[in-house]
Ligand binder design. Structure first.
Ligand SMILES: NC(=O)c1ccc[n+]([C@@H]2O[C@H](COP(=O)([O-])OP(=O)(O)OC[C@H]3O[C@@H](n4cnc5c(N)ncnc54)[C@H](O)[C@@H]3O)[C@@H](O)[C@H]2O)c1
Length: 280
């Protein structure tokens, strides 16, 4: 999808962070917007600010883990604009714990938002985008945790690996049908957002008590929080997304050094080595 002017974008997790920055970037390129987020107050503020800058924007409070709410989002977008060209399934949450401490509620929450949030969007939007016959693109936000396996991030890693493989399979499905819709997966390294405070929007299970983590997990979690705080600006990730859509590039990696970690993992598999602990 090379032209953006006048086209319609739907973005989840758009109230702040990377999603919000993608909305800004899409609006700057003349796109009409439908924004979704579970945080109604921040979503309303983001929608109002984009409108104040001249964007044709609407917002709907949506819990992406709930299929019917994502269906409502699609209904709103198609009712409002008649067509949708770009869907960015970006909403996501992080939960940092070793697997043996990850509770059924942790799994339900993280898989619900990170994986089913993506599959709910693909199911709600793609049939109407495909039958509309227009050029379009779908992007899902995974993570470098979808290409590598970080310690003490069991549910997050699993959800993001699942998103990568769902999007790879989707790419094949679209290409085999010669569809006018492209697909990409965003795999950022550290981006300066409030992802470390994801539990603020927790919808399933008990909120994690950081003080209950063992010293190894606590140290790793502290390092992740520091890395996020020192990460790139969300606007840089957003630009990478829009440029990848324009170029029909599938894998969107935000940091130059990310590929060495991927290479190390693949070499571990090919050379029958123990997994390398990659520092992002
Ligand atoms: N920040 C990073 O370093 C980083 C790295 C890799 C991947 N990611 C991914 O980027 C995406 C965006 O995260 P971010 O870094 O901007 O974090 P963020 O916390 O700033 O933004 C996430 C947004 O998603 C919303 N959200 C949470 N649960 C939701 C739900 N159930 N339904 C709808 N919206 C919901 C939040 O309210 C928030 O507005 C996530 O998928 C995250 O996993 C972030």
């Amino acid at each position: 999808m090379k032209e953006f002017e006048g086209k319609v974008a739907v973005i989840t997790g758009a109230a702040e962070g990377i999603g919000r920055a993608i909305a800004e970037e899409a609006a700057a390129r003349g796109m009409k917007l439908v924004l979704a987020d579970i945080d109604a107050a921040k979503l309303d503020a983001a929608t109002a600010e984009l409108r104040a800058k001249g964007a044709d924007a609407d917002g709907l409070r949506t819990d992406v883990a709930k299929p019917s709410q994502v269906d409502d989002l699609a209904d709103l977008a198609f009712a409002r604009f008649g067509r949708v060209h770009l869907v960015v399934a970006n909403a996501g949450v992080a939960c940092a714990k070793p697997v043996w401490e990850t509770t059924p509620g942790d799994w339900e929450w993280v898989m619900g938002v990170n994986l089913y949030g993506v599959t709910n969007a693909l199911r709600a939007f793609l049939p109407r985008m495909l039958s509309g016959g227009e050029e379009g693109h779908v992007v899902a936000t995974a993570s470098m945790a979808g290409l590598l396996s970080l310690p003490s991030m069991a549910a997050y890693n699993a959800s993001k690996h699942a998103v990568v493989t769902v999007m790879e399979g989707l790419h094949h499905d679209l290409a085999l049908r010669k569809a006018a819709i492209g697909a990409s997966v965003l795999c950022p390294s550290w981006v300066k957002t409030r992802i470390s405070l994801s539990e603020r929007n927790r919808t399933a299970g008990e909120v994690t008590r950081v003080e209950s983590l063992d010293p190894v997990a606590a140290k790793l979690v502290g390092a992740v929080h520091e890395a996020v705080a020192g990460g790139i600006e969300p606007a840089a990730a957003a630009r990478a997304v829009i440029e990848a859509v324009a170029a029909n590039r599938f894998y969107i990696l935000t940091h130059g050094n990310s590929k060495s970690g991927v290479k190390a993992r693949l070499e571990d598999i090919l050379q029958d080595r123990l997994p390398t602990l990659v520092r992002l």
